[in-house]
Design a protein around this ligand. Sequence first.
Ligand SMILES: C[S@@+](CC[C@H](N)C(=O)[O-])C[C@H]1O[C@@H](n2cnc3c(N)ncnc32)[C@H](O)[C@@H]1O
Length: 268
Amino acid sequence: MIKTWNEIAPRYHKRWAGKSIGPFQSTQKLVKMAKLRRGNLVLDLACGTGAVTKEITSKIGRFGHVIGADSSQTALSIAKRSIKAKNVDFAILDAENFAFNQKFDVITCQYALFFFPNAAKALSNIKKSLRKNGTLIVATHGAGSTVPYFSSILDSVQKFIPDYISSGAPDLDRFGTKAGLKKAITKAGFSHITIQEYKFWYSPGTFSKYWSDYLKYLAKPLKEKLDKLTPKQKEELKQAIKQKTIPYTKNNTIKFPWKILILSAKNS
Ligand SMILES: C[S@@+](CC[C@H](N)C(=O)[O-])C[C@H]1O[C@@H](n2cnc3c(N)ncnc32)[C@H](O)[C@@H]1O
């Protein structure tokens, strides 16, 4: 996992996190929901290349402080380079194994909770690191067909390569519904839970561009699995994916809806 994120962090930043496009329109919404105040001490867990961390630095004033924490050194290096503020530090850590000797006013976690195999352990660490009545803010992608940018390809690929996503990998959709997300956060002992749902839009361009970009930016282990298909199977797969994109295609250009959930909860 760390290896994968180290590999994809530069292009993840360039294509997605560094721009406020598609799902990343959530960054501003999430930070607004956090109701940050000047002087707040904040942890941005799994900060990646720092999209949320950067936004937080501009809200907490010079007496506030934010720590951007992630398990990928490459992602953290990009975050360090792109954030010039003085009220920020970075930490390399595993969300499932961390402790701070200070308590945070707010902890944010955008697009990462579903990656943690033991998310309950990460949530327990978050709870221990929040001050009483401190705020947790979590953003996740909607499940299944609510994010056709993912599902158009994944649903089709899995028919050709059933073990495309390894059987031991966490279910990335498990926090993609209000009920699933609320259940996990309630179980972790948080209260005052509210969840906002958003529908953003993202255009990957023509179908050819969507498919060629997917192949171009794919992590190595998945690329190796796709490369085992015969040319005929590859073509059939491409056509199956194309079919799925037709409802979202107009004038040769795809425009996908993209559901996002942003949760706010208290450590009471
Ligand atoms: C999709 S990125 C989100 C990054 C950032 N929050 C954003 O909104 O751009 C997921 C991040 O989770 C990090 N990550 C995955 N598993 C982790 C873990 N167990 N502990 C800490 N970070 C982790 C990855 O390194 C990656 O930077």
